[in-house]
Design a protein around this ligand. Sequence first.
Ligand SMILES: CC(C)(COP(=O)(O)OP(=O)(O)OC[C@H]1O[C@@H](n2cnc3c(N)ncnc32)[C@H](O)[C@@H]1OP(=O)(O)O)[C@@H](O)C(=O)NCCC(=O)NCCS
Length: 195
Amino acid sequence: MLNMPEKIESDRIVLVRPFPATFELAKEIFEKVELSRNTLRDWLPWVDGTKTPEDEYTGWLVNWVQKHWKEGCGFAYIIRDKKTNTLLGAIDLMEYSESDKSALIGYWLSDDAVGHGYMTEAVRMVEKTAFELGLNRITITNDTKNTRSVNVPKRCGYHLDGVMRKDKWDKRWESFRDTNVWSKLKSEWLAEQKK
Ligand SMILES: CC(C)(COP(=O)(O)OP(=O)(O)OC[C@H]1O[C@@H](n2cnc3c(N)ncnc32)[C@H](O)[C@@H]1OP(=O)(O)O)[C@@H](O)C(=O)NCCC(=O)NCCS
């Protein structure tokens, strides 16, 4: 069992478990998805299926986030600016394997929150918490052409394990896409702390 906390804070951002799952919160998240739809839909398959606040509520908040927290296999957080409480995006530590002590990080930011280092900071906050709680490996995957996303694990010192060639059919781009697989091990994270 990975006992991820409900809240993780730094000086400028706070990662919060979106609990309880209220419709008000779903509407707030949906507004950010709506604002950033054109950017997000290029890289996140769920965006086109999220057409209303009801979709956000049922599809993400209830059937994904709450379910996974309850089952202990995924820990999604919304990211807020600490001073203004503005919603910036979300980060999800998912596909947790108790036996392998591994999990995968996924993320998105609203268009108006890009370019400030928020996601780099959020990834570092989640990995610190998870490694301290006993995780051994964190994986991040991204489309090789998603430059902003690729730069996040690069900036956070992840190792590029390899590229899964043409592993995903993307109906929007009408092509097979290549996926980067990045990882960081607890031993590497510990070594970074000593630098
Ligand atoms: C992927 C995504 C979260 C990256 O956002 P991002 O803002 O580029 O990443 P960060 O928040 O880490 O910020 C890094 C940027 O802020 C700048 N920055 C400013 N202050 C910074 C700080 N204190 N620390 C780090 N970077 C900082 C960096 O220079 C960089 O900008 P640049 O790329 O223009 O040089 C965002 O582009 C996104 O949501 N994309 C759509 C969804 C998506 O692709 N999700 C991932 C699917 S795999």
